[in-house]
Design a protein around this ligand. Structure first.
Ligand code: SF4
Length: 418
């Protein structure tokens, strides 16, 4: 970590820090901009609001809601002119800081590292970030979702879309056909991503293998995928990361993470999952959605809760960590009782431990999803906001952390940007 402090001409305290692949410029603890090591704006905090920019140059604004807590937070995507204003402000600030920093000369290595990172930031502008949007779209199309603990991962698409793509509540991949990349195509994809991100890749410390269910590939194809990853990136424990010299090769990736479904991977054995664990697969995320078989059928999932339990047991036998996702509010009032009771019983029966996580994800009326229409046609009334919060609390209280129990955490798909 490198830190430099200075005073602006107006007397404000300016903190510049370079750590974990990000340059942060902080003014008097009320305004902050962070940039990746290439110089792209990554996030901002100003006027009491938090902003998170995606590689497609969209910006999500998060502001405090009427009550404390994630569930009450207000979120919206900025309009293009607002994105331009925010980025102009960020880069004007970076240019000012560079001017203030230019005066002192110092042999302090922190000073040189921070100055270099700031110079790279000052090669960027709204126009350049807009130009990168087109490159991003060519490489990725879109990265619609990743799990909350992987929001900073490097997304690599061994497959595109979802092989099923028909669960009523899910609209993440409706705009694309399922596609399996050939080994050559995947290697080209990795090379394009690395070239696109440049030094900015140092912000990413793990790999998220996308899209929805890349682990459905046959075992030899998955071995090709992991070979390609190991040829392109160094893997190692996070503790081995040297943070003292930004000129070094980028720090090692701490592992590979991926969604998995419980229907197309039915034939994978614990031994096959163990092979992937030995090659760097660390945690997989499975949508249980509900432990209630009737509700799961209504949601259009082509598997049963038993299939999820079997899958989780095999993953745990293979030494993998698991993220289990529960869909809070699914089935509205009609299913609320059986959804809560059967989901709690199902999760409590899984062989989860302290290395696992249970995500409580609120049902969202996602564009392209059919859930709302299906529920309306069936006469299912949605939960009110207080009822949804009460259901969330019921899950939290029953599943909350204990000794060697999984972490239970909130997962708001509206907060994801890549
Ligand atoms: S929930 Fe999963 S399996 Fe169902 S459509 Fe969405 S990505 Fe595909």
């Amino acid at each position: 970590m490198a830190v430099v402090r200075l005073r602006s001409p107006a007397g404000a305290l300016i903190n510049l820090s370079l750590r974990a692949g990000a340059l942060a410029l902080i003014e008097d603890n009320h305004t902050a901009f962070t940039f990746d090591e290439a110089g792209r704006l990554f996030s901002a905090f100003l006027d009491g609001r938090t902003y998170r920019r995606s590689l497609s140059n969209d910006v999500l604004e998060k502001s405090p809601g009427s009550r404390p807590g994630l569930a009450h937070r207000a979120r919206r995507m900025l309009a293009r002119e607002e994105v331009e204003r925010l980025e102009n402000r960020a880069y004007a600030f970076a240019a000012n800081v560079a001017g203030w920093l230019a005066a002192p000369s110092s042999s302090d290595p922190d000073y040189a590292r921070v100055r270099d990172a700031l110079q790279r930031a000052n090669t960027y502008s709204f126009a350049r970030l807009e130009a990168e949007r087109a490159i991003y779209q060519t490489i990725y199309g879109r990265v619609p979702i990743m799990p909350p603990d992987q929001y900073l991962a490097l997304a690599l698409q061994a497959t595109e879309g979802c092989s099923f793509n028909a669960c009523t509540f899910c609209g993440f991949y409706r705009d694309r056909r399922f596609h399996v990349k050939s080994p050559d195509e995947f290697r080209r994809h990795i090379a394009q991503v690395k070239a696109f991100l440049g030094r900015g890749i140092s912000l990413r410390r793990s790999i998220f293998l996308g899209d929805a269910n890349a682990l459905l590939l046959a075992q030899p194809a998955l071995h090709d995928v992991f070979d390609a990853l190991h040829q392109a990136f160094a893997f190692g424990p996070q503790e081995a990361v040297s943070d003292t010299d930004s000129s070094q090769a980028r720090p090692p990736m701490k592992g590979v993470y991926s969604f998995i479904d419980a229907f197309s991977t039915r034939r994978k054995t614990p031994a096959e999952f163990a092979e992937l664990a030995a090659r760097g697969l660390r945690r997989v995320y499975v949508g249980l959605e509900t432990g209630d078989p009737e509700l799961l059928k209504f949601l259009g999932k082509p598997n049963t809760p038993d299939d999820v339990s079997t899958l989780v047991s095999r993953l745990k036998q293979a030494g993998l960590s698991v993220g289990v996702i529960v869909l809070v509010g699914a089935g509205g009032r009609a299913f609320a009782g059986q959804h809560v009771a059967n989901t709690i019983a199902r999760v409590q029966d899984m062989p989860l431990d302290g290395g696992d996580v249970v995500y409580l994800s609120e049902l969202v009326d996602y564009p392209g999803a059919d859930y709302t229409q299906a529920a309306t046609q069936t006469g299912i009334e949605p939960l009110s906001v207080p009822e949804t919060k009460a259901q969330m609390r019921a899950f939290l209280q029953a599943l909350r952390r204990g000794v060697n129990k999984p972490l239970v955490s909130y997962y708001d798909v509206r907060e994801f940007v890549y």
